[in-house]
Write a protein that binds this ligand. Structure first.
Ligand SMILES: Nc1ncnc2c1ncn2[C@@H]1O[C@H](COP(=O)(O)OP(=O)(O)OP(=O)(O)O)[C@@H](O)[C@H]1O
Ligand SMILES: [Mg+2]
Length: 221
């Protein structure tokens, strides 16, 4: 992942907001990055660009050497599905599906995983986050920490190279927070690159690299 002079300007209510201001940075593979910064400093905007959700106003973003500005919407969504897994503060699980089905869901649009493989793969992923005893539970029957672990398993469903997390532990107590960061950290040795936005100082115990955003400017800590 390489950002080359990326800026993002929002025009809202006849005001121009520069959410990102000339950000250049290259993310190394198989590292755990923590992005920290005050509310409104541009963290979500930055990871939404990295995650191919938002397009920058200025600058180039290269994902595995592909200039993503050359891709059409269909190519972008295919690249997003195959390369990026998302984890959010509020888990964003489907309330009407049990843990197993939540993890299977992203596999349904992936031609590389056959229908017969889906269930066993989802079971394996839930086992890897220590939830093999909660497969049939619905989100409301799970604790916050358990729900976030289902979300981690779901983010891994299509084996994406990058896992992008926006405040993944914002709704968790310290014990569950450490568990989530520990699981994410372990993923770097399986080939994944982890990018976590967090307000929590605890993330620094797990991150390989801590970056700071201040008024849309990115810097090493
Ligand atoms: N869609 C939008 N339209 C207009 N302004 C926006 C939009 N999204 C974000 N902004 C503005 O851009 C700035 C950066 O927002 P962003 O959500 O990236 O901050 P953040 O660092 O994630 O904050 P927080 O820690 O509170 O989540 C803010 O001033 C925000 O008001
Ligand atoms: Mg945010």
């Amino acid at each position: 992942m390489k950002l080359d002079n990326i800026s993002k300007i929002f025009n809202a209510h006849s005001e121009e907001i520069k959410a990102l201001d000339s950000v250049s940075y290259e993310f190394e593979k198989q590292k755990f990055y923590a992005i920290m910064g005050h509310s409104g400093s541009g963290k979500t905007t930055l990871i939404n660009i990295l995650g191919l959700i938002t397009k920058p106003t200025q600058g180039k973003y290269y994902l595995n050497d592909i200039d993503v500005s050359t891709l059409n919407d269909e190519e972008l969504s295919r690249l997003r599905m195959s390369s990026i897994g998302f984890i959010f503060q509020d888990f964003k699980l489907d309330e009407h599906m049990n843990a197993l089905d939540n993890v299977i869901l992203p596999m349904l649009i992936n031609k590389k995983i056959s229908p017969s493989e889906r269930v066993s793969l989802a079971q394996e992923l839930l086992k890897s986050v220590n939830l093999d005893n909660r497969l049939k539970h619905f989100p409301k029957e799970l604790s916050g920490g358990e729900q976030q672990r289902v979300a981690i398993a779901r983010a891994l469903a299509n084996n994406p190279e990058y896992i992008i997390c926006d405040e993944p532990t914002g709704n968790l107590d310290e014990k569950n927070e450490r568990m989530v960061f520990e699981l994410l950290k372990e993923l770097t040795s399986n080939g994944h690159t982890i990018i976590v936005v967090s307000h929590s100082e605890i993330v620094k115990e797990f991150a390989d690299i801590v970056l700071n955003l201040q008024a849309g400017k990115l810097s090493d800590e």
